[in-house]
Design a protein around this ligand. Structure first.
Ligand code: HPA
Length: 271
């Protein structure tokens, strides 16, 4: 409900005092390390914000950190909310709407994802150029608040083209391998069967995950620019013998996080 978004925004704003972040970063599974790089941090626990969903998954801390990265003020979600935890898609939408209300203009979304291609090795990064929503949910279902965005929003350029170009430039300058491809969201929490993985490939997906799409669609709807980066943490079921587990995901995310941190930090510096 939109009322919840206003309430969340008000509770966050009341703690920001002079801080005015325009960039939000969502840190995915095992990718919370970027939070350690935030200077002059103000920490707001999700549990202290009435109406804010709490992340229940290991590898997700559950707090907002407001501070400076590369000289810019950012609002960082250390730990995200997933549909498979049982939250309504609107609960995720409310977080993004609240971000819009407090002045966020750019959203950097990171996640852990499974690779659908032999050549895209676990431990490397993928720039999300587009997505396929196979989650069975849409965060924009329900009454539409025209103040945020239109009833029938375009999803043509959800991942802001200029941000994709900038991310590739930054990756090159940092010597970081950055694949590019289509992210497919499935609801989880189960990993895919081999047949589902084959189907995803046929549909045009390059990496599979259980997040990102609700946040991104809501951001695109309400006019927030988006950069999406997947840390490829495993081969999807059946690809190169892949048989993913959450532990593998967290372990490999930790390895990929050095490149991810460097990419995101430098991106923020230049955006
Ligand atoms: N499938 C779906 N989600 C994931 C995967 C995967 O292989 N790895 C990390 N998140």
């Amino acid at each position: 409900m939109t009322d919840t978004a206003y309430s969340i925004a008000q509770q966050i704003s009341s703690q920001l005092s002079e801080r005015t972040p325009h960039i939000a970063v969502i840190l995915g599974s095992g990718l919370g390390g970027l939070a350690e790089e935030i200077e002059n941090p103000l920490i707001i626990e999700y549990s202290s914000i009435k109406g804010f969903p709490i992340s229940t998954v290991s590898g997700h801390r559950g707090r907002l950190i407001v501070g400076t990265i590369s000289g810019k003020e950012v609002l960082c979600m250390q730990g995200r909310i997933h549909l498979y935890e049982g939250y309504a898609p609107s609960a995720i939408a409310n977080i993004i709407k609240a971000f819009k209300l407090i002045g966020i203009e750019s959203l950097i979304v990171t996640n852990a994802a499974g690779s659908l291609h032999k050549e895209m090795k676990p431990g490397s990064l993928m720039l999300i150029e587009d997505h396929i929503n196979l989650s069975g949910f849409n965060p924009l279902i329900g009454p539409n608040d025209e103040q945020f965005g239109p009833r029938f929003p375009s999803m043509t350029n959800v991942y802001t083209p200029a941000y994709r170009i900038l991310a590739q430039k930054v990756a090159k300058s940092q010597n970081i391998t950055l694949h590019q491809g289509v992210y497919c969201m499935l609801s989880g929490p189960a990993f895919e069967t081999p047949a589902e993985v084959r189907a995803c490939r046929i549909l045009g997906a390059d990496a599979n995950g259980m997040s990102t799409v609700p946040e991104t669609m809501t951001a695109a709807w309400c006019g927030i620019k988006v950069l999406g980066i997947s840390a490829l943490t495993n081969y999807c079921t059946g690809i190169e013998g892949g048989n993913p587990s959450h532990n593998e995901t967290l372990e490999t995310a930790a390895k990929a996080s050095k490149d991810l941190i460097s990419l995101v930090k430098n991106f923020i510096g230049e955006v």
